[in-house]
Design a protein around this ligand. Structure first.
Ligand SMILES: [Zn+2]
Ligand SMILES: [Zn+2]
Ligand SMILES: [Zn+2]
Length: 481
């Protein structure tokens, strides 16, 4: 595993891009570029004039820079310009009074004639009965999270029954007696939603982690056919492993943003996969998932694996303090890092236990973040490079797990623009909307404080709301038009 994973106390907060990225000549957008990106005006000047001279800057202790670790998407490729508010305005599908519901499709049940694909949802690497029978993320929990994340939109379950059925109508599709699996894997299964059936390609799983995979484009087509008239977007959540084309090994999620349909698979987030050798190359470190991914010791550890010389700086660690204070490099005078949103999030992290309840929560937290990301594409949000942000693109599951669940100020400005005022009493300013949305998310996280990501997110939200309520305009999450 990458970095000093065990017993790390996460004492120093990394709010800047990694040393690796700096040495590779990478840099995040400047404050001016970030503020220009969050405004609806053509001028590059920030539109928050109340702070007097100069630009009001966003605190990195609330919204740190993307980490840009080796092999992260932004470290590999920064050629694509990030999407500004203005370019989003040109691309978006407006939410309207007649189209303001997010639909989620039930996880498909499995018809007896294709019962062999039931086994495809259990990783071949799950050796203990606890892992084999671990409850996957529940649709109701995913819906509740989305309802807070995309406040104030309603999230409804599509009423139709959904199941995987046989695509073949010939005798060969009938299960042979005593066998769960046909002699050879059929090339197709059917996705039945209501009365319609869509043909879904299947194939063996290239890395053997699951018994088989389903084609995500075919599944998205199936969901697209049942998009209700009042739907803003539709989400299909599946437990099966997915692939997009012949080239890829697997794919966790995809959105057809313009068509407002997206799909997420929970399969690769299964905790039984966390210790696979091939994932370790990708750097999964269970002690350093967000918010602990912003632990400087971890970031330095990962960077040092990608260069011949060791890190130049070593931090002393104090012992036996249950709640260490969090510090950071170049802290402004008088700032207590522990009391900032990111400092508080880092302090909220507890060591992971392997109880079934915690593993289920861990699995769900990963899916919740990816679902909010893919639905973000349905709101026409592009991949983000402005800050660490849930809308960052990723190249691996390990990178997914290092990313925050929150929207950065630029992406939040877009969502606020889309959603404020869509129902009465959602605030008549972006800031008022943001506070209501944060409170809805805080309420959700309250029920999941035994899970690291939600505990960290709750602490972050609490500090954020305190700052906004105290009128901390110097670090306002959004530019006020
Ligand atoms: Zn750490
Ligand atoms: Zn994406
Ligand atoms: Zn963003």
């Amino acid at each position: 595993m990458a970095g000093p994973a065990r017993q790390c106390r996460h004492e120093v907060l990394q709010v800047d891009i990694s040393r690796y990225a700096k040495e590779a000549g990478r840099s995040p957008p400047s404050d001016e570029q970030r503020q220009a990106a969050a405004t609806t005006k053509r001028s590059s000047r920030p539109n928050n004039q109340s702070e007097g001279k100069g630009a009001s800057t966003i605190s990195p202790y609330t919204f740190p820079a993307p980490l840009m670790l080796p092999d992260d998407l932004l470290a590999l490729n920064d050629d694509e310009p990030p999407q500004s508010m203005l370019s989003w305005l040109r691309a978006r599908n407006p939410v309207t009074q007649t189209r303001k519901t997010i639909y989620v499709v039930r996880t498909p049940s499995v018809d007896a004639r294709v019962s062999f694909i039931k086994t495809w949802t259990v990783p071949t690497t799950a050796t203990s009965s606890k892992l084999k029978t671990l409850e996957p993320p529940r649709l109701a929990d995913v819906s509740a999270y989305l309802e807070a994340f995309y406040y104030p939109l309603l999230v409804k379950t599509l009423p139709q029954d959904v199941s995987f059925v046989s695509w073949e109508t010939t005798e060969q599709a009938k299960p042979q007696k005593g066998r769960k699996k046909p002699a050879s894997m059929p090339a197709y299964v059917g996705l039945k939603i209501g009365d319609g059936v869509t043909r879904i390609r299947s194939r063996p799983c290239p890395d053997g982690v699951f018994g088989g995979q389903l084609n995500l484009n075919d599944l998205l087509d199936g969901a697209l056919h049942v998009l209700p008239a009042d739907a803003y977007a539709i989400l299909l959540l599946v437990d099966h492993d997915l692939y997009e084309d012949d080239e890829d090994d697997f794919c966790c999620g995809r959105a057809y943003g313009g068509s407002r349909v997206c799909i997420v698979s929970s399969s690769r987030y299964h905790p039984a996969l966390d210790t696979l050798d091939y994932y370790i190359d990708g750097g999964i470190d269970l002690a350093h998932m967000w918010p602990a991914s912003h632990c400087q010791s971890f970031v330095e550890g990962v960077c040092s694996l990608h260069e011949p010389r060791p890190p130049t700086k070593k931090r002393k660690r104090t012992q036996k303090k249950p709640k260490p204070k969090v510090s950071a490099d170049d802290v402004p005078a008088g700032l207590d890092v522990s009391s900032t949103p990111m400092g508080a999030a880092l302090r909220a992290v507890q060591p992971l236990s392997d109880s079934a309840q915690e593993l289920h929560g861990l699995w769900f937290s990963r899916v919740a973040r990816t679902v909010s990301h893919e639905l973000g594409h349905c709101f026409c949000l592009g991949h983000c490079a402005y800050y660490a942000c849930v809308m960052q693109g990723t190249t691996s599951v390990a990178e997914d797990l290092r990313q925050p669940p929150y929207l950065c100020p630029v992406c939040l400005a877009k969502v606020a623009h889309a959603l404020m005022g869509i129902t009465p009493n959602t605030g008549d300013t972006e800031q008022a909307y943001a506070v209501q949305r944060y409170q809805a998310l805080m309420e959700f996280c309250q029920g999941w404080l035994h899970v690291g990501m939600f505990a960290g997110f709750h602490a972050w939200l609490q500090k954020r709301v305190q700052m906004l309520s105290a009128g901390a305009s110097a670090s306002s999450p959004i530019c006020l038009d």
